[in-house]
Write a protein that binds this ligand. Structure first.
Ligand code: UDP
Length: 493
């Protein structure tokens, strides 16, 4: 082995995720991919957040991969939080959110010390750790930023920031075009995230994040070239930065059923329950079942849950619905009765809480999704070759909907009109007829070509991670560059 090769084997990294499930899952998959490529990986997180992925790390470690978790203690007492509340999730009480941010700020010093003590050659940190670009600069190592979104979403946000087209619209529901993008994409003011509509605290944070991205070595996305090539090129050119799409990371990092089942809060699922959904799905015809899920952060008001339940019952299709209780009240009774009814008729299967999404999506019985357009779910659905009924809610979901519906043409919108915060119910209730129409169109394959396009994209996803594929090449290229940087610093023998 040459000296250079030996040094390559020694490339050491730290991965620092944010404190929310849907940012942790893809970043940890990325960390696992680096370990798969022989890079030494330490993931730093807090105890509670580690439970989301520790099973996967243990599996990889048992396979001989150089990967481990370094757990730090969340300063719950210092910020006045009960032990265990240290993530931004569906069950996080709203009033506790600012205190979690304070706890995170307190941890910054400890993170920086670990960056110093563990002597990594580079760090990969979530976009919500903008300070880490300076920490890396102090150590003279590259910081790579992880983006939880799509290239299209980031490009669209940039367009609004730069041209403020929404200010020209006559009303909140008037359509305007997002200028400067590869396609003509239309939105309304109501569909924009609040921080883009008018400046608030989050606008400031997003500015800081962008500035830190420009000073980073580059950025990593859970995307692949054929999925949004025009936006990948556009984004790199407007930002003037390097960026690598290395997705679908869920496909690449979770090659067998054990990996797929270990993902997320898998330990909360009882074995029997898991067998239950699988047995149920396996009894259904190919492409006949709807998968209905709104990600890891969403809760609906009772009135909306009723509309979804009725739409599903009226649709005539079998369905799996991942549903969450609203802390007691009339809604829970309604849902329990609904569950009893659809169980008896064998039309539906409700999963309470956390669903093994990767395993469900790859089951041949699944024929399409009703989705909130969370980016990870969009990529996972593309990977599974499924059309989508799109129901954007918060974050950058409305931008992702544009990619799915207008650019890729593999989705039918339910017609959601209003962006809201992830921890609010908002004022919009999408009616059963609108949900039903989108489901009917999607399941009947819309223009007939939708399912074909989705399947073609699924093939492209699988090619992207193979030797010679775009994501595979990106990964190798990035590791080669990082090795070069390391070698350039090594003292001459
Ligand atoms: N997920 C899952 N089971 C669930 C809910 C979510 O496995 O019951 C996973 C899903 O596969 C995806 C992530 O959690 O990887 C959710 O991320 P996404 O960006 O789709 O939505 P968010 O949670 O940010 O709203």
């Amino acid at each position: 082995m040459s000296v250079a090769m030996e040094k390559q084997g020694e490339l050491k990294s730290i991965f620092l995720p944010f404190l929310s499930t849907s940012h942790i899952i893809p970043l940890v998959d990325m960390a696992r991919l680096f370990a798969l490529h022989g890079v030494d990986v330490t993931i730093i997180t807090t105890e509670q957040n580690a439970t989301v992925f520790q099973k996967s790390i243990d599996l990889d470690f048992s396979r001989g991969r150089p990967i481990r978790t370094h757990v730090v203690k969340f300063p719950a007492a210092k910020v006045g939080l009960p032990v265990g509340i240290e993530a931004f999730n569906v069950d996080t009480p709203r009033e506790m959110i600012p205190r979690i941010y304070t706890g995170l700020a307190i941890l910054q010093q400890e993170f920086e010390k670990l960056f110093h003590d563990l002597e990594p050659d580079f760090i990969v940190t979530d976009m919500f750790h903008p300070w880490s670009v300076d920490a890396a600069a102090k150590l003279g190592i590259p910081r790579i930023m992880f983006h939880g979104a799509s290239y299209l979403a980031r490009s669209a946000a940039h367009s609004v920031e730069q041209y403020a087209p929404h200010l020209e619209a006559k009303s909140d529901s008037d359509k305007f075009v997002l200028p400067g993008l590869p396609d003509t994409l239309e939105m309304t003011r109501l569909q924009l995230p609040d921080w883009l509509r008018s400046p608030n605290q989050y606008t400031e944070l997003m500015r800081t994040i962008k500035e830190s991205e420009k000073r980073s070595y580059g950025s990593l996305f859970n995307s692949f070239y054929d999925l949004e090539s025009a936006y990948y090129e556009h984004y790199k050119s407007v930002m003037g930065t390097k960026s690598w799409g290395i997705g679908p990371v869920s496909l690449w990092a979770n090659q067998d059923a054990e990996d797929k089942a270990a993902r997320g809060y898998a330990e909360e699922e009882e074995e029997e329950e898991e067998e239950g959904w699988l047995k149920w799905l396996n009894s259904k015809a190919e492409s006949s079942v709807l998968y209905v899920s709104f990600g890891s952060m969403n809760k609906f008001p009772y009135s909306q849950l009723v509309e979804i339940a009725r739409a599903l019952e009226d649709s005539g299709h079998d369905f799996i619905w991942v549903v969450r209780k609203n802390d007691g009240g009339e809604g829970d009774n309604f849902l329990e009765e609904f569950e009893k009814r659809v169980k008896e008729s064998n039309k539906g299967y409700l999963i309470w809480g956390w669903a093994p999404q990767l395993l469900i999506l790859e089951n041949p019985a699944i024929g399409g999704l009703v989705t909130h357009c969370g980016w990870n779910t969009v990529v996972e659905s593309v990977n599974a070759g499924l059309p989508m009924a799109t129901w954007p809610l918060f974050a950058e979901h409305f931008f992702n909907e544009k990619l799915v519906v207008d650019v890729l043409k593999i989705g039918v919108p339910v017609g959601a009109k209003e962006w809201r915060n992830w921890n609010e119910f908002g004022s919009e209730v999408v009616k059963r007829e609108e949900i039903g129409n989108a489901i009917a169109l999607m399941m009947s394959e819309g223009d007939g070509e939708m399912r074909k396009r989705a399947k073609a994209l699924s093939d492209a996803a699988k090619s992207a991670i193979k030797v010679g594929g775009s994501s595979h090449n990106n990964m190798n290229e990035l590791i080669r560059e990082l090795n070069e940087i390391k070698l350039s610093k090594a003292p001459n023998p």
